[in-house]
Design a protein around this ligand. Structure first.
Ligand code: ZN
Length: 268
């Protein structure tokens, strides 16, 4: 099968492929944080286990499924370059006001990064496949919710986590053939934790889920997407002092987060 760019759908020899970073290379140059980890796991009641796989950190994770035209074109020009200053203020906990324009830009960047992160996990759809096309058109996919969470200043861990939910329509299918119907991604860098919850249909993420998220994180978080009326004043009133990777555990512990019976979590 001819390899196609996951965003634009073009294939070789029309386009060339190269290894692209999940978290952009410019970010690793800006960040002076020292503690990176690429894998974390926690069993109930046990300590969090962290390790690096083949010496990889979130900054060295690369994928080979994006063409150079996409990477050097819209991804760089429309997302990475314009987002840089805003993102660094959020990460470093500096004062910034996010108006609608900035909210849209951070939202697009967050989903793009979640979709790139999804490509690290093998087997099955890396995320909802139509979202790659949406982001290529710089459009926020429907049924997508994004929160910004303020992590305590000085928090130095960089981590990403991606969980996919698959349909239980045909339980006998291999995981490699299954369709992703929803995903939950968190991107944690410095003072900033981005939480993305997306689903294929309106029935999967309920008002209950959104309410839960808002109440669970209360004053430490703001809904970035869908855009709320008031601007976001960063840093927020409050911040969380726990490991931001625990947010996902806390949220998914509540049942039903998503009305899907057969969910498969792929975590890193
Ligand atoms: Zn492409």
């Amino acid at each position: 099968m001819t390899k196609k760019c996951v965003f634009c759908g073009r294939s070789h020899p029309v386009v060339q492929f190269s290894r692209e970073h999940v978290l952009p290379a410019w970010l690793s140059r800006e960040i002076t944080l020292t503690k990176h980890c690429s894998y974390s796991n926690q069993l109930k009641g046990k300590d969090l286990v962290e390790r690096n796989i083949n010496g990889q950190s979130p900054f060295t994770m690369t994928v080979n499924k994006v063409c150079r035209i996409c990477n050097n074109g819209w991804m760089s020009e429309r997302l990475e370059s314009p987002v840089k200053e805003i993102l660094m203020a959020l990460i470093e906990g500096r004062k910034i006001v996010l108006n609608d324009e900035k909210k849209l830009l951070i939202s697009l960047w967050s989903i793009k990064t979640a979709l790139m992160r999804g490509l690290i996990d093998s087997e099955g759809d890396p995320a909802i496949m139509s979202h790659y096309e949406d982001i290529y058109k710089l459009k926020i996919p429907v049924n997508t919710f994004i929160w910004l969470v303020n992590t305590a200043p000085g928090y130095s861990l960089v981590s990403t986590r991606h969980m996919r939910f698959i349909s239980n329509e045909n339980p006998h299918k291999n995981l490699s053939q299954t369709n992703c119907v929803a995903y939950y991604t968190s991107i944690n860098i410095g003072c900033l934790s981005i939480q993305i919850l997306a689903s294929k249909s309106k029935d999967l993420i309920t008002d209950f889920n959104v309410e839960l998220f808002n109440s669970y994180l209360s004053s430490c978080s703001e809904e970035l997407w869908p855009i709320q009326e008031k601007p976001i004043y960063w840093p927020l009133r409050d911040c969380i002092y726990t490991d931001p990777r625990m947010i996902m555990d806390g949220v998914i512990r509540h049942d039903p987060l998503l009305k899907i019976n057969n969910h498969v979590g792929k975590q890193k």
